[in-house]
Design a protein around this ligand. Structure first.
Ligand code: SAM
Ligand code: SF4
Length: 511
């Protein structure tokens, strides 16, 4: 059990709203009251660069820089790419470079995970979200640890997932102590796989929750949190304040924008940034994301482990997702993801099942590295609807667009030569934060990725795949092993030894 003695407790919602935020933990990272999201600079980049024709020679120079250094671009450089993305010939070059960068940094693999919603009690009033306080249509619920185990039995025992993003509303009764207990419960559960009976369990729990104080983050680190994700929703302060009422905790823009600074100070060093695309001008959001990443790099020499690209989806009791003036079409979305891949070349890019299958299929070539599948985002949705892709607006935060099962997804990816990775080795080997940044930028991590992808793919194919998917997967593994032999002839026998052990039924072998 985690030691939660350092965590403050709150007697009710009013007490939580009044006292949760610690002003000193904001001010420290906004020295002199100056915010690193420089809205004037962003607007200047949009007006004077992004909305003006780009010089093709400059575009190619920026692409080459991104590819060669894998360093975060300057906002002015990203703005040039924003303009170039609307010139078909230049966009084709940007896409090709994005794919090359992805291969260098992450190899030809996609990591899969599942969302697991733990609770939908919320003290906030975000206007686009079905969970917001006062939405009478939403059925409220908090998973008990026994219910969580039932969810894990489906996720790990039937679907074969090894990596989760655990998602929480913000509420004084489901604060850090609850989050820590759910993480520990996830790691402890081991379930036999249907085909082989080999035990499978969750090996990495990432968390998407509200911003926390440093003491709370240290507790989450102590129970082995993976990435801590907090989506900024919008970096535009005025719009942020319209969407998040001043009476709510989330209404504090500065508490949210400094959240990752606190994470890195607390030693939670894999941080996941994101914006809710569709709320505001995408150019503003992406440029602000670059400024955010650069500020984290400046303070800690660590940038975002991942960037997420949620798009507004219909949700219960709100019209914002349909009526926002900034909704984005699929073509623009592809441009955004491509520009992001070139602008923060080392980062993981997550595209969730909010997207339609077509949209996600396209984004694989634009630099996406992680996706979820067999997803159910209703609270207790996996165990209640274990055999169907069921959705129910009143039980979930928003509606999903891609209901493909993991078997379908793995087969689709394999048919296009992409290996599905269930690897969770990075953080268990200490390859997080600053340590992984260099490995990613030089392409060293990509090599580990390939080997670990093969080992975990083998496990999943044997334990969970349909015959048809296993047949396609087997062929892909043969190709991948041959590629590893070419790359690392001296190390190959060690890899092969681990691979053969995995075939014999040993589990969780990694480099
Ligand atoms: N409650 C915490 C918070 O807001 O930080 C945890 C995250 S919330 C449960 C997960 C994320 O879902 C939000 O950060 C937001 O970006 C996204 N979200 C909310 N409403 C949405 C909608 N209608 N469509 C798509 N994504 C939505
Ligand atoms: Fe609550 Fe998060 Fe939904 Fe806002 S986005 S209402 S904080 S669950």
């Amino acid at each position: 059990m985690a030691d939660c003695s350092s965590i403050r407790k709150f007697k009710d919602a009013a007490d939580y709203r009044k006292n949760f935020i610690i002003q000193g933990e904001i001010d420290k990272y906004l020295p002199g009251g100056k915010h690193f999201i420089d809205e004037a600079l962003i607007q200047k980049c949009i007006d004077e660069i992004a909305m003006k024709p780009a010089d093709p020679a400059l575009v190619r120079e920026i692409i080459a820089k991104s590819e060669a250094t894998c360093e975060t671009l300057k906002p002015e450089e990203t703005a040039v790419l924003m303009s170039a993305a609307f010139v078909p010939e230049l966009f084709a070059e940007m896409k090709a470079a994005a794919l090359r960068i992805k291969k260098k940094v992450y190899d030809n693999r996609i990591v899969v995970f599942a969302p697991l919603y733990m609770s939908n009690l919320c003290v906030n009033g975000c206007k686009y979200c079905g969970f917001r306080e006062g939405n009478e249509l939403q059925k409220r619920r908090v998973l008990t640890m026994d219910e969580l185990k039932e969810e894990l039995d489906v996720l790990a025992g039937r679907i074969g997932h090894k990596r989760l993003i655990a998602v929480y509303g913000e509420h004084q009764t489901t604060s850090t102590e609850y989050i820590a207990e759910t993480i520990e419960t996830c790691y402890a559960r081991q379930v036999p796989a249907p085909r082989t009976g080999h035990k499978n369990g969750i090996r990495r729990v990432n968390v998407n929750a509200a911003p926390l104080p440093i003491a709370d983050l240290k507790v989450l680190r102590s129970v082995g949190i993976g990435t801590f994700q907090v989506f900024q929703e919008t970096y535009n302060r005025k719009l942020y304040e319209e969407m998040h009422p001043a009476w709510s905790v989330k209404g504090n823009y500065d508490w949210r924008t400094t959240c990752f600074h606190r994470c890195l100070e607390a030693g939670v060093d894999d941080v996941g940034l994101g914006v809710l695309y569709g709320l505001c001008d995408w150019r503003f959001e992406l440029l602000a994301t670059i400024l955010h990443a650069r500020d984290l790099e400046r303070w800690f020499n660590i940038g975002p482990h991942t960037l997420s690209f949620p798009r507004l989806e219909p949700a219960s009791g709100t019209k914002v997702p349909e009526e926002s003036p900034w909704l984005i079409d699929d073509d623009t979305f592809e441009k955004i993801v491509t520009i992001a891949r070139l602008s923060v070349p080392y980062t993981g890019i997550i595209i969730t099942a909010r997207e339609s299958p077509n949209s996600r299929n396209k984004l694989i070539d634009s630099g996406m590295t992680q996706l979820d599948c067999s997803s159910n985002i209703a609270i207790k949705g996996y165990s209640d609807f274990a055999n169907e892709a069921h959705q129910e607006k009143e039980r979930q935060q928003f509606m999903l667009g891609d209901n493909r099962s993991i078997d379908e997804m793995v087969r689709y990816l394999a048919s296009r030569g992409t290996i599905t990775s269930f690897c969770t080795a990075g953080y268990r080997c200490g390859r997080t934060g600053g340590c992984i940044m260099d490995a990613l930028k030089t392409g060293r991590e990509g090599k580990f990725c390939k080997i670990n992808a093969v080992l975990t793919f083998r496990e999943w194919l044997d334990d969970f795949a349909s015959d048809e998917t296993r047949a396609i997967g087997d062929k892909l593994i043969e190709k991948e092993l041959a590629a590893i032999k070419d790359w690392l002839p001296k190390f190959y026998p060690t890899v092969l030894k681990q691979y053969e052990a995995t075939c014999r039924g040993e589990r969780d072998l990694f480099f």
